[in-house]
Write a protein that binds this ligand. Sequence first.
Ligand code: PMP
Length: 410
Amino acid sequence: MPLVDLDRFDFLYANRVKGMKSSATRDLMATLSRPGIISLAGGFPDTRVFGEEAFREISANVAADSAQALQYGPTSGLEGIKDVIVDVMEAEGTRAYAEDIFLTTGAQQGLDLVGKVFLDEGDAVLCEGPSYVGALNAFAAYRPRILHVPMDRAGMIPSAAREALKKARKQGIHVKFIYTVPNFQNPAGVTLAAERRLELLEIAREYDLVILEDNPYGMLRFEGEPAPTIASLEQRSGETDRVIYLGTFSKIFAPGVRLGWVHAQPGILHKINIGKQGADLCSSNLSQMLIHSYFKHADWRAYVKRLTLLYKERRDAMLDSLAEFMPNEVHWTHPEGGLFVWATLPSYIDATAMLPRAVAKNVAYVPGEGFYANGTGKNCMRLNFSFVEPDKIRRGIELLAEVVRERMEL
Ligand code: PMP
């Protein structure tokens, strides 16, 4: 193969792509499919659980209306699926209205469209520290400042959010929204406490901002009481105004259908609609009809329950083996659901530099650095437990602990 000059057209690229970086996980993908490697790096749900037979059945239902499945659809989505989404949101305690629902190509597109609609260059977004790397990447295209707000075991710390907003206001920086993943956060695995959800709403009112509530994992709870969504808390106060709620079928059904939704007030949805027309015209009818067929005719709640039990077993395997194998200097979170554990190594260990050694030993993780826009998080790592069987998780953590010990002895 001839050598390709990747920088060849640097003088032509838009300024906006200069600050954009590829996600470390996506880049790792090729290496991670190597046989024998135990990957704790991905964010994959276990789609093997769904099974060929169930898939064949829903596909047959869709085939009965092939003309529509193969056609373009409305930008905001097919009407039937909005009723399904109303049910899904209801199951999490949020009363949704079909007319306030807008279908997207995964929640990922929702993140991009919110960035497109709200952010001018130099505006700011308040994000958790660490924050979902896919959101940071989506926002980066619009060149905002990312203001990370520290978290503790109860999620984003409201007093720190207030501090950051006060400081930004003093500096004349326009903060447009607060971005939060309130349940079993990606990457940290922590959950925002109920009283903090209310406090964030108050802060948003005080500073007249919107809240972007990204909730892909809420229904994958293993233990503890569910906290109300921020959207539902706003509703209880008699308003449906400043919370933009993002949902997705990726974690309760399958990411392969690439289908998510935005629930927001009509003015915001109107702008998002215009943004989506320029991006992809509409989400896939085929995907919407597959989901509609499954959620209307099958017991989707039982399926989510099955996934939850499976992931709980794997989470337990991960927490148990971390306790068994890791040196005392390593700390980690205890997720009550979702897909991820966040581990913190001694401050002198660089998890990015350590990764090739781990991969050589056949175990992979995502280094923490990518989850911050400001270069911190170097001694942290995200560990996924949803995709790997318990015995492999155990072996993976054992190998990883060996690599960490090597580094500590250097
Ligand atoms: N938000 C968060 C917090 C996520 O973890 C993910 C997927 N990993 C997404 C959004 C995007 O999900 P999707 O586009 O598959 O709906």
